[in-house]
Design a protein around this ligand. Structure first.
Ligand SMILES: [Zn+2]
Ligand SMILES: [Zn+2]
Length: 222
């Protein structure tokens, strides 16, 4: 596993299991937020890097969605640090094994029920910021998929909104994507926010992803 500083406030921690898997640490005044929790074998490394960075305690875990490669280290991390876990309300029943994910036969308990708290919404049903991160609902890859925008440093943590290769955004992995057309449409968020850098779970960061979006959309939806 390796850690990389992406900006003054954001680090990625990466490993490899057939594909690259990234999770992120985001510094704010309360300590460090973990965005996504990778696979079980990443737990000790994540805790070690949190201690090494020495920017305060782990304050909470935010999920882009609940696929097993994004929640795997939660059990172990929470056995050592009792922090809250947040996800979009639409994905929580799938995470808790009440229904199988779309296109899957069996439901699976990925996080024990009643641990995951829904992200808060305002009266206009906009998701409320958590620390410096603004969640945006981007369904398609999975129900209740969200991305987290760090406005101050203009970085978008995109989870599985896209994958990336050689500085290009690509579609999310087809096999695990519930509704590809909807996922690609949700990808428009990069045109709205115009982040200077997009972080994805499965691939390296992509600079100015909004400049590539129309081409990808045309290729995939034509
Ligand atoms: Zn996924
Ligand atoms: Zn994934």
């Amino acid at each position: 596993m390796r850690i990389k500083r992406i900006s003054k406030h954001v680090w990625s921690i990466s490993t490899w299991l057939i594909v690259p898997i990234n999770v992120w640490l985001v510094k704010d005044e309360k300590g460090l937020i973990l965005v996504d929790a990778g696979i079980p074998m990443m737990a000790n490394g994540i805790l070690k890097y949190i201690d090494q960075l020495n920017f305060g305690p782990l304050s909470r875990i935010l999920l882009t969605h609940g696929h097993s490669d994004h929640v795997g280290a939660i059990k172990k991390i929470r056995s050592k640090r009792n922090v809250p876990v947040y996800a979009h309300q639409e994905v929580i029943p799938f995470i808790e094994g009440k229904f199988p994910y779309p296109r899957r036969k069996k439901a699976q308990v990925l996080i024990e029920p009643s641990i995951t708290t829904p992200l808060d919404e305002d009266a206009q049903q906009q998701l409320k910021p958590i620390g410096d991160l603004i969640p945006h609902h981007t369904p398609g890859h999975s129900p209740g998929h969200v991305v987290y925008y760090h406005q101050k440093v203009n970085i978008l943590i995109g989870g599985d909104l896209f994958t990336s290769r050689r500085q290009r955004i690509r579609k999310p992995m087809s096999m695990f994507t519930a509704n590809m057309a909807q996922a690609i449409k949700s990808g428009q968020i990069v045109k709205k926010l115009k982040p200077k850098s997009l972080c994805v779970c499965h691939g390296n960061e992509v600079q100015d992803p909004h400049k590539q979006y129309d081409l990808l959309r045309e290729k995939l939806l034509s």
